[in-house]
Design a protein around this ligand. Structure first.
Ligand SMILES: C[S@@+](CC[C@H](N)C(=O)[O-])C[C@H]1O[C@@H](n2cnc3c(N)ncnc32)[C@H](O)[C@@H]1O
Length: 147
């Protein structure tokens, strides 16, 4: 038990996948100083009918407002930890956000067809991805030409 505890703490402080046990720290509104959901939506230049993929959703800090901005579109939420997806789903359901789908992914490639999305984004995830180049190459396949 002690080993597991120290491995979780190591993953927060050092390298590795962010542990779901600390998901609550990603929901602190102080984060808005660096990037708020509103600012993210402006940067992504979203249209309300876009199909959007968020990778490494964690507990869904950004997802609620992004999904709400897609009144005629859909937000697909993906993460390599089922526990993170469960936390995100609980939060979004509580906030009555239903234009979303949840996908457990393998961190390498994605079970989506070519040209599936108008926008793919992630926040504080790339540092945890092992093959960054291959991962980003997948985005080219998934993204359709911008409208
Ligand atoms: C530091 S958290 C950030 C969560 C969220 N993006 C945020 O900013 O609140 C990183 C998340 O990315 C997930 N993750 C790590 N590697 C991933 C990968 N290759 N593909 C998808 N998700 C990944 C982790 O499970 C974790 O939930």
């Amino acid at each position: 038990m002690k080993g597991k505890k120290s491995s979780v703490i190591n993953r927060v402080a050092k390298k590795g996948v962010f542990p779901y046990q600390f998901a609550f720290t990603l929901l602190i509104p102080l984060r808005n100083i660096f990037l708020s959901p509103k600012k993210l939506i402006e940067r992504l230049d979203l249209k309300d009918d876009y199909n959007v993929l968020e990778l490494g959703v964690g507990p869904g800090y950004f997802s609620v407002k992004v999904a709400k901005s897609l009144s005629n579109g859909k937000l697909i939420l993906a993460d390599i930890q089922q526990e993170m997806l469960d936390i995100a789903q609980k939060r979004l359901t509580k906030k009555k956000v239903f234009n979303v789908e949840y996908h457990l992914c393998n961190g390498i490639d994605f079970p989506f067809e070519d040209d599936s999305f108008d926008v793919v984004y992630m926040v504080t995830v790339l540092g945890e991805v092992e093959n960054k180049e291959g991962y980003i190459k997948e985005f080219y396949r998934l993204l359709r030409p911008r409208r």
